[in-house]
Design a protein around this ligand. Sequence first.
Ligand SMILES: Cc1cc2nc3c(=O)[nH]c(=O)nc-3n(C[C@H](O)[C@H](O)[C@H](O)COP(=O)(O)OP(=O)(O)OC[C@H]3O[C@@H](n4cnc5c(N)ncnc54)[C@H](O)[C@@H]3O)c2cc1C
Length: 803
Amino acid sequence: MLTLAAAALLLGLLFARRAYWSWVASGGLLLLGWLFSGPDSWLSFSATAALFGALALVFGQPQRRRRWITPQLMPRVGRLLPRLGETERIALEAGTVWWDKELFSGAPSWQVLFAFQARGLSESERAFLDGPVERLCGMINEWDVSQAGELPQEVWRFLQQEGFFGLIIPEEYGGLGFSAQAHSAVVQKVASRSITAAVTVMVPNSLGPAELLLHYGTDAQREHYLPRLARGEEIPCFALTGPESGSDAAATESEGIVCRGKFEGEDVLGMRLHWRKRYITLAPVATLIGLAFRLRDPERLLGGESDLGITCALIPAKLPGIEIGARHDPMGIPFYNGPIVGRDVFVPLGFIIGGVERAGQGWRMLMESLAAGRSVSLPSLSVGGAKLATRVVSAYAMVREQFDTPIGRFEGVEEPLARMAGLTYLMDATRSLTAAAVDAGEKPAVLSAIAKAYLTESLRRVTNDAMDVRAGAAIQRGPRNVLGRVYDAVPIGITVEGANILTRSMIIYGQGAIRCHPHALDEIEAVASDDLERFDRAFFAHVGHVFSTATRSLLLGLSHGRLERSAPAGPLRRQAQRLSRASAAFALVSEACMATLGGQLKRKEMITGRLADALAWMYLASATLKRSHDDGDDAGDRPFVLWACDHALANVEQALDGVLRNLPARPVAWALRPLVFPLGRRERGPDDARVSQVAKAVLDDAEARERLTSGIFIPPADELGLGRLEEALAKASEALRVEAQLRDAVRRGVIERAPGEALARAGLAAGVISEADLKALEAADAARDEVIRVDSFDPAELRQRAR
Ligand SMILES: Cc1cc2nc3c(=O)[nH]c(=O)nc-3n(C[C@H](O)[C@H](O)[C@H](O)COP(=O)(O)OP(=O)(O)OC[C@H]3O[C@@H](n4cnc5c(N)ncnc54)[C@H](O)[C@@H]3O)c2cc1C
């Protein structure tokens, strides 16, 4: 015990002078050692102390250390560190780190998150949501769109006229100049009505010509294109993916050769382009192609390298040699998507975005611009879909009765309902926090990848639950089934903007480990530049960090987070403390993975995938706490918040447990387990009582349901689908009160048990209910009959459609 105490004290002193937890742990252990050991142990204690004292003389003195120790260490550690390829280095340099860095540190500063103020929507942004967006939603019927195979022309005109294609283009160029939060709110609302329209609006406002021009375009390019894009006179697409280059987009075989040629009758220096692209959204109707290709200059006409690298250019779609117009059929969701081929397309070098100086900088441009769009588009679409599903299913679960009971009252149904509601809250919180971070000037590369991957996955979970609860009514397609299209669209979100498997297993932790780690990037750069002093500083600070994190993980693990003092006061303090504990455990496990696997870690994708899960669920839980805090900790939302935190924290623990079970360095994993889970796993997920509480909140608390699903389009009461469901729910709520009165009268023996209408009549005759109550029951029955109907078609109509 004393040996341990001495070791902890001295290592704490050596490496973590400012680390509070090391001091506490070391002091505590020393005290325990002194209390529980007899005088015999003092000899071994003194010997150990002397040994560590000697080591302290060497390690604790930077000058001596740098002379004797660091030169030996640097090459050895350097071999363990990951080597970064050019594309990885560029991806790492792009974007910023924010709350992800706090979570990675093992000691997140809650002050950073809670003091952060989202900018909120402006008057004009609100007016746009209540005006044009509301009108757009009213114009679209997704069932009709799916039957027609495209959006109606009047919808296209409306999108163009009202500026939907210029949400991110500044007002000086004729765009709307919206914040990321407003952009997100628009996509969310449109997606709740029509995935086809949402994708159509999303693409011109995401990574593509407008975004690239804004950051890198020449003045002339901006002045020419941005006003035309804002007015919808140019329809853009962005073509990166090709048959050979999907996830590995940098491996594109599309190329441009620098050469002289004729353009519009003049002899100019330009590029001869060849490309094959596919899956390109809006391509079939695009007039302007943002094209990514590898630029080569074999004759060195530009005077530099022959392989200039990935380059982005704007190519008018009408040029000779371009084949465009064919359509893919993305899961029956009829937004425009298709291949584009270019053969021998000659354009001047001035078509490169940013001009010839930007030749070869395409990958950097794409990586730098990716974070903003990825923070907004798919997270917002996913939340729009999830809110719609939760709204529809929570109404259906009260209206649909089986065994004389609304199905939402069965515990079996409560479980998926609670999951839908809890996930919807957590998804929405993540959507708005990530967009707010973008508005605050962040380019959150890691957090945007988390938001994209985990919100599209959460939508998959929510729609699957929605399908199960709606059962037969979910399966029969038709105008009444408003969730069918969302369900069909789920794999699209999973795949685009970085397919989720790759995003989870490669990008989130791969980038996070280096970018967010307090010392890793410093170490890598010091080794790369052979800077011994910088390496020494980074490495020994890193060692100190490991000791303080281990101590913190142990103490927070033992106390289940209760020793975390920096957690904000208030009703959710325990949740924040538990999250701090998860962060310390994650940081420690992450250190062990980096130290034992080194450069191999990036190939251990099952390990990095689990670490990504842990980081992602911590972010989602923090966003949940932040949302609740900003909303004044509304007690009506508390069930959703608690469910979301329990769910997220259980996922974090499961992920860390999975890493420890599979870490190849087994002795390290065994040594780590008592520090990470000193009392075993503590986070078990929401219990049954919590699940029931959440289900009841979404079924019975109309205001909580309204807040949870706010921001989506609610159709008029006479519209098939959600409109009529909402009306039926209002009537069913009234009827449920009357039915309860009748049941009570049966129990008391005032009236005899009888089927539906007969019971109501008996109740009326016995004075248990009034005429108005009877009418309410009849109205509810009629509304119920209507909303449980599903569509059926004339066989000839179905045959026609199949053709
Ligand atoms: C509807 C739709 C719209 C699209 N719109 C556009 C657009 O407008 N512009 C554009 O340029 N592209 C667009 N895309 C392309 C999209 O970005 C790609 O589909 C995506 O990048 C994946 O490429 P892939 O489909 O070829 O899959 P592949 O690259 O073949 O990947 C197959 C699977 O392997 C996984 N994988 C690959 N490498 C790794 C790895 N190292 N580790 C772990 N897993 C890995 C992937 O995650 C995926 O699950 C669109 C795609 C769709 C479906």
